[in-house]
Design a protein. Structure first.
Length: 192
């Protein structure tokens, strides 16, 4: 496993985010790789991370989910992997005291490249399905709590996320269509 730090558009390190490229062993039968290894993970993050739940989602082309996060005491860290198809995965730093507060990062995750994205607590997360369908699998560090879940609008003009252009408008849930902009979330004190 190779762990890489990630940087914003200005070249500044976004502290905590990691892109993990898996070592894959191929032979005539197929392939094998370690999807997650606690010892390597903790060593590269310099913290002890425990997961409590494994989630999976299936989305059609053009589905946009997010930008989701949860408040304390259930703020979630997520280890995200696209296991079928391709997605444009987006994270937004919503840690007020971070040097990269309000910065976003987008990365394409695909089944063929076999990478995972570590998203620590303090980030809003979402994705857009690029292929006919995509399956995502992600481990989370805290349980889901409906009362603590929040959503930043995927098209917040102040964030200026450069979503890939599709031949159709993004499909979003009713819940996600009610997302608020980051400035409003900050004024309501519902960020980190």
């Amino acid at each position: 496993m190779k762990f890489e730090n990630l940087f914003n558009l200005d070249g500044n390190l976004i502290k905590g985010l990691k892109l993990i490229t898996h070592d894959i062993s191929y032979d005539q039968r197929g392939y094998f790789f370690e999807n997650w290894n606690k010892y390597k993970f903790d060593n590269n993050l310099e913290e002890d991370v425990s997961f409590c739940q494994l989630n999976q989602s299936h989305s059609k082309k053009g589905v946009l989910r997010g930008l989701h996060y949860q408040l304390e005491p259930c703020a979630q860290g997520k280890l995200v992997q696209c296991i079928k198809g391709s997605i444009f995965d987006v994270v937004v730093d919503i840690r007020r005291n971070s040097k990269t507060y309000s910065n976003w990062l987008g990365i394409t995750l695909t089944e063929s490249i076999k990478q995972s994205l570590w998203v620590p607590p303090g980030f809003a997360h979402g994705f857009l399905t690029l292929t006919e369908s995509a399956d995502l699998q992600y481990l989370v560090t805290k349980k889901w709590d409906k009362n603590l879940e929040r959503c930043i609008s995927w098209n917040d003009k102040d964030l200026g996320i450069d979503w890939p252009v599709l031949d159709v408008l993004p499909l979003i849930s009713e819940k996600d269509s009610k997302g608020i902009n980051l400035t409003e979330a900050e004024s309501l004190k519902i960020i980190f």
